[in-house]
Ligand binder design. Structure first.
Ligand SMILES: Nc1ncnc2c1ncn2[C@@H]1O[C@H](COP(=O)(O)OP(=O)(O)OP(=O)(O)O)[C@@H](O)[C@H]1O
Length: 358
């Protein structure tokens, strides 16, 4: 109810925001639905291609107007032009080049962790890889950009919204030595579905740029699975050091992973490595290793695809259990064999890319 009341108040406040060509924003046909969550307000202003800059002052005024009635919520306003429609029929990654890629202040390197499809253990890998990089002495942050299945808060044992400074900048959660922020903290379960397209990419952009990362060597970004708009806009707008791909051996010919790899190549994102998850099974009673899906497939595929192979992570109950309990294995059992697999992957990554080190 409060959400509807606030959405109404924002809409009224937008009545005082003038737009180019006359009229006000509340009555403008390009204004999207106003989404209100416990922590945020988001809406988009669709404009004709080329009109983005002209709408800049209206965006700023809209932001201030919404903040004034938002009862402390973070306001995310995006101005979007309808380029996507103009370029329909072309694969997304072949569209006209996007805006200039920008770095994130206070962050030396950004590494995206992606996968071709869901459920391969991408988030689990992102979390443990981030922790393993921190164990190597790097200052590491973690951004959960998986809007449709944000799992980082659970994996890292984080609850509630991040704190916000008086100037509207997020203060990330601190967990297991990492600075963490999740798009999931901003949404209730049913809202991810609504919060799609330009609003999702705009929300991600703001989370990335309006967080006090406080000096990081590496920010690990857990992408949504697949090759959608969020991945493409992040790659087009942000100066990424590169991407790590997670795949399972079941994904035999890595068909889905290859699609993700292909998208990243088209977007000129360096491929830093491939992690094979649920690679082998260690019997809990005897400790014997079983290569249930055959051995070496992903390594061979990585080689053929010319991507460094960062190693295999075993399928072990401890990984699932510690994840479910918000105590990821690299933090809670750093000496275990499974933590060792992530640590080995992080070391290989650092050997291949020594510039990631401070
Ligand atoms: N190596 C592993 N051994 C055992 N369980 C694992 C392993 N890796 C991931 N899991 C479990 O598999 C499930 C899926 O993992 P995760 O959420 O990381 O996948 P994902 O690819 O990020 O999925 P989504 O696409 O839904 O975000 C989780 O229950 C997780 O605990």
């Amino acid at each position: 109810m409060a959400d509807q009341r606030i959405a109404g108040a924002v809409k009224s406040a937008l009545g005082a925001v003038e737009i180019p060509g006359g009229g006000d924003l509340a009555g403008y046909a390009g204004l999207s639905e106003i989404i209100v969550t416990p922590g945020a307000i988001a809406f988009a202003i669709a404009v004709a291609p080329g009109m983005e800059a002209a709408f800049g002052p209206a965006r700023t005024a809209a932001q201030a107007a919404a903040e004034a009635v938002g009862e402390g919520r973070k306001v995310m306003v995006s101005v979007t032009s309808d380029r996507a429609q103009a370029s329909q029929g072309q694969p997304a990654a072949q569209r006209a080049p996007g805006p200039r890629r920008e770095g994130v202040p206070g962050v030396r390197h950004i590494i995206a962790v992606g996968s071709g499809k869901g459920g391969v253990g991408k988030s689990t890998t992102a979390v443990n890889l981030a922790l393993a990089l921190a164990a190597e002495g790097l200052q590491v942050g973690l951004l959960d950009a998986d809007l449709y299945g944000p799992s980082i808060p659970k994996l890292m044992g984080i609850e509630g919204k991040p704190a916000m400074r008086s100037d509207g900048i997020f203060q990330p959660h601190e967990a297991h030595g990492l600075r963490v922020i999740s798009i999931g903290s901003m949404l209730t379960a049913d809202q991810a579905v609504v919060w799609r397209g330009p609003m999702a990419t705009s929300a991600l952009r703001q989370l990335l740029r309006e967080t006090n990362w406080g000096g990081l060597d590496v920010l690990v970004v857990d992408l949504p699975p697949g090759t959608g708009d969020i991945q493409i806009s992040l790659c087009q707008q942000t100066e990424l050091t590169g991407a790590v791909i997670v795949s399972t051996p079941q994904d035999l010919a890595l068909i889905d992973a290859k699609k993700a790899i292909d998208m990243l190549r088209r977007l000129d994102i360096p491929l830093l490595g491939l992690v094979e998850n649920m690679s082998y099974f260690i019997a809990p009673d005897t400790g014997t290793r079983y290569d249930i899906f055959g051995h070496g497939g992903a390594e061979l595929a990585a080689h053929r695809l010319d991507i460094p192979f960062l190693g295999g992570v075993p399928l072990v109950m401890a990984i699932r259990e510690t994840s479910d309990a918000g105590r990821p294995v690299v933090a809670s059992a750093p000496q275990s064999a499974e933590a060792g697999a992530y640590r080995a992957a992080a070391r290989t990554l650092l050997e291949q890319h020594p510039h990631l080190r401070p």
